[in-house]
Design a protein around this ligand. Structure first.
Ligand code: FE2
Length: 231
């Protein structure tokens, strides 16, 4: 069972809509503000009721539409408890389960390192990794409580503990890739495979990446679910 994968070419962000077979309920993960109408059109076209809006973390490169999706559909907003998003209805913790539709479940896994609060979500044989594990890469660790040590432990200790055939759906891709698997990333991920923890930390500390252009706008907005005055 695959999610519906949608793309924002401006920030190279993936948004996912999850729904079970013959189901009427859906969950959306990491929606982007300027695709609100596109995302609502998909949900309407499929005759779905949006149950939850999930964020993997507070994004620095785009603004979420979570608050506006809540206003338009009544969906419950759910965010990692360590991300500092007080208006969200659900503050998720490691080990939580989100239930929707006809027996669908999403397991919440704390995978810090890109940000301190970052979560990954497991649904059926899929994992939505946010900016922890990317296809042939990983998220940066140099702001928002980022930690190369924590990210290495999250990827190798938590995500790589999932079944090898688990499909990996990241929050971003910059090379036109769409999906991978845990087994493939274990063997081939350019940042992590065959690299010691110390080597990974050394690599991440010397990436010298530019500051994200939108960070000063996006982070405060996302702490308020993308709304000017809360929900
Ligand atoms: Fe991010």
């Amino acid at each position: 069972m695959n999610p519906i994968q949608l793309f924002d070419p401006v920030s190279s962000t993936f948004t996912y809509i999850l729904t079970g077979p013959d189901d009427k309920e859906a969950v959306i993960i990491d929606p982007v503000d300027h695709h609100l109408e596109r995302d609502l059109a998909h949900i309407e076209r499929l005759g779905l009721h949006l149950a939850y809006v999930l964020e993997t973390h507070v994004h620095a490169d785009h603004v979420t539409s979570a608050g506006r999706l809540h206003e338009r559909t009544g969906a419950r907003t759910a965010v990692p408890s360590g991300c500092g998003v007080p208006p969200a209805e659900l503050q998720l913790r490691d080990g939580d389960t989100i239930r929707f539709g006809k027996g669908e479940t999403i397991a919440v896994i704390h995978t810090p390192g890109h940000t301190a609060g970052s979560m990954s979500y497991v649904w059926r044989n899929n994992v939505f990794t946010g900016d922890a594990l990317l296809i042939d890469g990983c998220g940066r660790t140099d702001f928002q409580g980022g930690s190369a040590e924590a990210l290495y432990d999250s990827i190798t200790g938590r995500l790589f503990a999932l079944a090898e055939e688990t499909r990996v759906w990241p929050c971003h891709d910059y090379k036109g890739q769409q999906v991978s698997t845990i087994g493939w990333e274990k063997r081939h991920n350019a940042r992590v495979a065959n690299r010691t923890r110390a080597d990974f930390i050394e690599l991440m500390e010397h990436l010298n990446l530019p500051k994200p252009q939108l960070i000063d706008v996006a982070v405060p907005a996302n702490r308020n679910l993308g709304l000017p005055h809360g929900v």
